[in-house]
Design a protein around this ligand. Structure first.
Ligand SMILES: O=C(O)C(=O)Cc1ccccc1
Length: 318
């Protein structure tokens, strides 16, 4: 039932992923059920078909960039909306079955984003090992435990959950990397505005119209809506055909963002609303505070203008 708080959660599994760790920061998930899925697509489809109320999936990483499969899955199929974001520091370890040494390792299982972030360490310490892409950090650890691979780039909780020895820790090339996760549900009333929210969209432009993308950006800029992320993904129709994923500051209930969304509806071939949700609350440690919203017209200015227009239309004195 839309608007009912979620109780059945699914996450990118298997057990031992950062996604599981991120889900455990969601209070409602501690009270509900938590089921691992083999892939992002499987997790999101569980929500679409009603087997789960919410899915926790990776969205982007500060080093490796967007998790493409999540964007692609959100752009197609039955619509889903983000109701919460979780930003988690990710620290990778090299896990292996107890007794394994670095010299024994011929294959390393790793999520593509994980191997990207540990590229230099792997190249320096395991130059002859074959790195095999797997669907998640948990799958990497599980594949080592089952004997399929010699070692895994995985999360510390993955090594622990699959009873692996940690042969090396802090193996990421960038120690301060973070990953942004999204909690996704079927469309329903968005979380109430907090004054520090994001709204995510997928916009399809008319590629044959000169300046089509600029028109999109202008609908936001002229209303003082700050664009915090833009990402293009192929639509699959043809080379050069893209869907653009936008994160904007503000909430769908805001006057200003509401006007911008109506403008996008007018100028785009299609707009898919992907949710309005609170920005992740940082610990407040130096350097990881959210960027303050830019100065610009306030919502009160927009409300005042709307009331002024209504008076004009009613023939009253402006
Ligand atoms: O959640 C996980 O553990 C994943 O496998 C996705 C992922 C991959 C790389 C960095 C962070 C999350």
């Amino acid at each position: 039932m839309p608007g009912t708080p979620p109780t059945r959660f699914v996450y990118l599994g298997p057990e031992g992923t950062f996604a599981e760790q991120a889900l455990r920061t969601v209070p409602a998930a501690e009270r509900g059920t938590r089921t691992p899925a083999r892939s992002v697509g499987e997790a999101l489809d569980s929500v679409r078909v009603g087997e789960a109320d919410a899915a926790l999936v990776p969205l982007e990483n500060s080093i490796g960039g967007a998790v493409g499969v999540t964007l692609d899955e959100m752009a197609e199929g039955e619509p889903l909306v983000i109701t919460r974001e979780v930003v988690l520091p990710v620290e990778f370890v090299l896990g292996a079955r107890p007794g394994t040494t670095l010299d024994d390792i011929r294959s390393v299982a790793a999520h593509p984003q994980a191997s990207t972030q540990c590229r230099n360490w792997l190249r320096g310490h395991l130059p002859d090992a074959v790195v095999v892409d797997v669907l998640s950090n948990g799958a990497a650890a599980g594949g080592v435990a089952s004997g399929e691979y010699d070692a895994a780039v995985c999360a510390p909780i993955g090594a622990a959950r699959h009873r692996l020895a940690v042969l090396a820790d802090k193996i990421a090339d960038h120690p301060d990397a973070v990953t942004r996760f999204a909690l996704v549900s079927r469309p329903g009333p968005p979380p109430p505005p907090t004054g520090d929210d994001l709204t995510s969209l997928a916009v399809y432009i008319a590629h044959d119209r000169v300046g089509a993308l600029l028109s999109v950006l202008m609908e936001l800029a002229v209303r003082g809506v700050n664009l915090t992320r833009i990402e293009s993904r192929p639509t699959g129709e043809a080379l050069g055909r893209y869907v653009f994923f936008l994160d904007c500051t503000g909430h769908v209930a805001d006057v200003r963002l509401g006007e911008a969304l109506q403008g996008l509806r007018r100028v785009c071939a299609d707009v898919r609303f992907l949710g309005s949700y609170p920005r992740h609350r940082f610990s407040g440690a130096a350097g990881d505070r959210p960027v303050p919203a830019p100065a610009g017209l306030s919502d009160a200015d927009y409300a005042d203008a709307a009331a002024w227009l209504a008076r004009l239309r009613a023939g009253a004195q402006p």
